[in-house]
Design a protein around this ligand. Sequence first.
Ligand SMILES: *Cc1c(COP(=O)(O)O)cnc(C)c1O
Length: 367
Amino acid sequence: MKVPMLDLHAQYDPLLDDIRAAIGNVFKTHKYIMGPEVREFEEKVASDLGIAHAVACSSGTDALVLAIKALGIGEGDEVITTPFTFFATASSIWRNNARPRFVDIGYRSFNLDPSLIEAAITPQTKAIMPVHLFGQCCDMTAIMEIARMHNLYVIEDNAQGIGSTWDGRMSCSFGDIGTLSFFPSKNLGAMGDAGMCLTNDDELANSLRQLRLHGENPKYYHKWVGLNSRMDTVQAAILKVKYDHLAAWSEARRANAAYYDQHLAGIPQILTPHIDPRAVSCYNQYTLICEDRDGLLKHLKEHDIGCAVYYPLPLHLQECFKELEYKEGDMPNSELLAGKVLSIPIYPELTDAQKEYVCQTIKSYYL
Ligand SMILES: *Cc1c(COP(=O)(O)O)cnc(C)c1O
């Protein structure tokens, strides 16, 4: 048996007719840039998530770059974030000439540890950028409280957490701006790069719309140096079709997680994900903490089971950030987990036989 990390054939096969029709519709207008589908997709997401404004853009990375720009954060400013995340979280800060200030994560949540945030606040701090890693929300109660007390902006990097909730409230609705990625391996994936900013603030929404269009308004008059960062009409058309399946896909991911939770519970060498009772995860990843991780990884690959390490080197130790002068030992949980985490297939179309095979193969390694 083969179990890939993600099965895009299984995801797309039932949708091919609808997606072909949606792409066909774009030929009717030939409006490849900012065609009507972009606005339609924005409205669909905003109303479904219950957030006032959605601003589609060209990637999850650019969504973060735009969010930071729209808040006026730049040279001389600091943004507090996690080192245990995808690179774009910190690069988006750097590319705005601001500095990431890393704060370690909780060992079981993989997310920013709110109890460590206040010690990292300086007079230069402008924002906190929590990442809802693997689809589980950060402790937004604590983070919003700290932000209010210290008058800081909050940007939720929700690239992995579309539709997840904290304390009954939707991710992306807590901070000043929340961002999404539609990279093909995210819970809602485009057929290429795409992303989005969400905000309840009318003025920020206007700034974001302007910044993704070279900062121009009216046409050929530039208040800011913005980006060329629009979502392709074709991607919006595809995402609009796929969005209707997202809730069912997230349910299927949760059911797969429940299966793994139950069937991997008795293995002393691994810890299954711990989800806070206040959080509903959308499980972009199902990530184990394992003893002898590299041995298990090799064993799974030998048995045709896809798996991956997210992420092997925390961002505070990346070469490109060496002038920030972090060193090994600064972020103990992130560093320890980088050597212990392994994500296993959790995509919605997994069959019962595949899940059983994954669990048996992990058991056969340890027991
Ligand atoms: C995927 C991802 C991004 C970047 O999204 P792209 O669409 O690939 O540019 C940013 N942050 C996190 C946490 C991600 O997982």
